[in-house]
Design a protein around this ligand. Structure first.
Ligand SMILES: Nc1ncnc2c1ncn2[C@@H]1O[C@H](COP(=O)(O)OP(=O)(O)OP(=O)(O)O)[C@@H](O)[C@H]1O
Ligand SMILES: O=c1[nH]c(=O)c2[nH+]cn([C@@H]3O[C@H](COP(=O)(O)O)[C@@H](O)[C@H]3O)c2[nH]1
Ligand SMILES: NC(=O)CC[C@H](N)C(=O)O
Ligand SMILES: [Mg+2]
Length: 511
């Protein structure tokens, strides 16, 4: 059960969890720890290697996050990335300066293949850069191992001390040779034996959950979606009947969804499941509210109140389990990352919650990793590969204020879109696809009569991690059919648009 460990030391960068994920992809277990973790604690964990992340700070400015220099003498291989590289350079006696021209985006890179980090890597390739400062001269016992036109020390190393640094980001997809470099660090330099697989994550979590929960009772917020199904399965395997799943039908679900979830979970799994119908409660609270963040907060709070009420009926329940995953956490904002939108289960949580603890076993994972855990614990493929559906449901797909009438219009339009995508056999390739009821009315003509009705937007994206996404190139004939059916079959819709923006700059959902 004990795995070789890589510690990703967090200096506030945007891609920290992505680094951990890339390491896990090479079958090495990684954990992200704050840079403030005492170095005795880091060493006591006996890591095979440490990766310093990027970060927004400037090493020589006041309050910049630093680390005790003793870490470099612990005999543990270290890879510094971006800010991490500057930190290594600065602390070991090199110099760091503001670059003459800052580099942002794809940059041509030249590497010295004789460096163990770049073994088997093309001498000339492209790297993703995002920096204003750089190492202007490396520490005296380092040599330069990579450069770009404007960055003299894009890579440096001290092979005998096993210290390596790069100014660019090997962890992002835009650095095509990045994975090879990380693998070189992990396998060749740290000597990792690649002993970690996703099914181990499931096993480890089940064991941890068993210890944590003991003989206490647990509620799991189950939506029927991928994340909460996987979370529920882990808990179920850990504590069996001590678990009760609560499925909230808040009136913001898709057509037939409530019945489908009840049916699937009633039939597929031997779990205690309670369906709570509370459409009125949610719609009353949401009446007249049009601000997206306010909607999310109201929904987050109501969810919890429903769970608390159900817990009271069952008796003492100590734990609430949610299927929170990493993108939910990062977009809701952290100490260092900006709030993009408050996911109802994170940023939308009320301050006071009746439960002793909220358990989120999937909090560090990306969607595709969660799917793999699901497969490892035997959840059927049709459930594991489903498209996600956000907890606040259609409330964030009806733009502006919400009414039952608008929700019903959207439900029908969305159903037609999903049905046609399925019929065309293209659903597997699409990350997420749905309809949005815009708050816009426009003029049309139907049966020689003037209409003044709603515009429905269709949204479909290709993505695997849901952090970035591109709009799907759905064939025009399919879109034509969907458009035709919606305006013909759904009352009060007279215009259909297709959303052709990627994420960023847009997000997947409209609110
Ligand atoms: N209708 C619901 N009833 C109970 N819990 C819910 C409901 N909707 C969402 N949740 C809780 O909020 C969490 C986050 O929702 P989210 O939609 O991100 O995940 P999911 O529904 O489990 O998976 P997916 O992303 O595939 O839809 C869920 O994992 C679940 O714990
Ligand atoms: O459970 C959820 N609660 C929320 O509040 C929430 N907001 C967005 N999403 C889902 O997250 C993914 C990324 O969405 P965005 O690009 O719109 O931020 C997409 O899959 C969205 O559907 C949510 N899921
Ligand atoms: N992405 C980063 O780590 C940036 C490091 C540093 N803040 C710079 O601007 O150079
Ligand atoms: Mg969902």
């Amino acid at each position: 059960m004990k795995h070789e460990l890589i510690i990703v030391l967090d200096f506030g960068g945007q891609y920290n969890q992505l680094i951990a994920r890339r390491v896990r992809e090479v079958n090495v277990y990684a954990e992200v720890l704050s840079y403030e973790t005492p170095i005795e604690e880091i060493i006591a964990r006996n890591p095979k290697g440490i990766i310093f992340t990027g970060g927004p700070s400037v090493v020589f400015e006041e309050n910049a996050p630093l680390i005790d220099k003793a870490i470099f003498d612990a005999g543990i291989p270290i890879l510094g990335i971006c800010y991490g590289s500057q930190l290594m350079g600065y602390l070991l006696g090199g110099s760091v300066a503001r670059a003459d021209s800052r580099e942002y985006g794809k940059t041509d890179l030249t590497v010295d293949k004789s460096d163990p980090l770049f073994e088997g890597v093309d001498v000339s390739s492209v790297a993703w850069m995002s920096h204003t400062y750089y190492v202007s001269s490396p520490p005296s016992d380092f040599r330069i191992t990579a450069s770009t036109d404007t960055c003299p020390v894009a890579g440096m190393s001290n092979e005998s001390k096993k210290l390596y640094a790069v100014q660019f980001h090997p962890e992002v997809n835009h650095t095509p040779e990045g994975t090879k470099m990380l693998k070189n660090f992990l396998v060749n330099i740290c000597g990792c034996s690649q002993d970690w697989i996703m099914s181990d994550f499931a096993k480890d979590q089940i064991k941890l959950l068993k210890e944590k929960i003991g003989d206490k009772k647990v509620l799991c917020a189950l939506s029927g979606g991928v994340d909460s199904s996987v979370a529920a399965m882990l808990i179920h395997k850990a504590v069996g009947k001590q678990l009760t799943c609560i499925f909230v039908d808040h009136g913001l679900l898709r057509k037939d969804e409530g019945d489908d979830v009840e049916k699937v979970f009633g039939e597929e799994f031997d779990m205690n499941l309670i369906r709570v119908n509370c459409e009125k409660q949610f719609l009353n609270k949401l009446a007249g509210v049009s601000d997206p963040e306010t909607k999310r907060k109201i929904i987050g709070e109501e969810f919890i109140r429903v769970f608390e009420a159900e817990a009271k009926k069952i008796g003492v329940v100590d734990f609430l389990v949610q299927g929170t995953i990493y993108p939910d956490v990062i977009e809701s904002g952290t100490k260092d990352a900006a709030v993009i939108k408050s996911h109802h289960n994170v940023g939308g949580l009320p301050e006071h919650v009746d439960f002793k603890e909220i358990i989120e076993p999937l909090r560090d994972l990306f969607k595709d990793e969660v799917r793999n855990v699901g497969r490892a614990v035997g959840i059927p493929e049709f459930l594991v590969s489903r498209q996600p559906f956000p907890g606040p449901g259609l409330a964030i797909r009806v733009i502006g204020d919400i009414t039952k009438e608008k929700l019903d219009i959207l439900r029908e339009a969305d159903y037609i879109f999903r049905e046609e995508v399925k019929a065309a056999g293209i659903s597997k390739g699409l990350g997420q696809y749905f309809a949005v009821l815009t708050n816009l009315k426009s003029v049309g003509v139907m049966g020689d009569e003037r209409t003044y009705d709603y515009t429905v937007a269709l949204r479909s994206v290709d993505t695997s991690d849901f952090m970035t996404a591109d709009w799907s190139r759905i064939p025009h004939e399919i879109l034509a059919k969907v458009s035709n059916r919606i305006v013909n079959e759904v009352n009060h819709v007279n215009r259909i648009c297709y959303d052709i923006t990627s994420k960023p700059p847009a997000t997947i959902e409209w609110e």
